[in-house]
Design a protein. Structure first.
Length: 187
């Protein structure tokens, strides 16, 4: 059996959002192994980071959507972050997510710009009218992005997800706040 996956390339004013390439693994893994990944379960060891890179790519095959690698149009080979839909097999609802790999890219509006292009594209392929963003308590920069995208805090889903037996209810885990996106609410 042969499978072919078509991953589109999207563009914003300043960014190209493209399929991941093997050469992107180094930046992705360095991010996950660094303290910058503290809000996405890191830092992690190299083997876990390598498997995560493959897992992000595998979602395209399993679901037909996933993460794009964002790069500046002026340097499309150099990844600045990942932007897209995260939907592992153990989570019921898709998540809109973003990560900037290097602090040098923060505060420039790249995550919001990327997601303003990804989200309208995603509604046509994910098959739902809602999605979540999982944002660790204290990650104020991501909360600002979620709000800029029209997401609202979902207190009830946050309670359920963080309760024992919930998606994030592991003892000692940080509180994960659920931000709700609705189709048509992108601001």
């Amino acid at each position: 059996m042969t499978l072919t996956v078509t991953i589109p390339t999207l563009e914003t004013e300043r960014l190209v959002l493209r399929p991941a390439m093997l050469s992107d693994a180094k930046a992705f893994m360095a991010f996950l192994m660094s303290e910058r990944a503290k809000f996405v379960g890191g830092p992690v060891v190299e083997g876990y980071a390598a498997r995560s890179f493959a897992g992000f790519l595998g979602q395209w095959m399993l679901r037909g959507y996933g993460y794009f690698i964002g790069a500046l149009k002026s340097d499309p080979e150099a990844p600045l972050g990942g932007f897209g839909v995260f939907h592992p097999v153990n989570i019921e609802e898709p998540e809109f997510g973003w990560a900037l790999y290097d602090a040098a890219y923060e505060g420039k509006g790249y995550a919001t710009e990327a997601m303003r292009t990804v989200i309208p594209w995603a509604w046509d392929v994910i098959g739902t009218n809602t999605a979540q963003s999982h944002i660790d308590e204290g990650n104020d920069a991501s909360v600002a992005v979620a709000k800029a995208l029209g997401a609202t805090f979902d207190a009830e889903e946050t309670r359920i997800a963080n309760a024992p037996g919930g998606d994030f209810g592991d003892e000692g885990s940080p509180l994960v706040n659920i931000w709700r996106h609705h189709k048509g609410s992108l601001t």
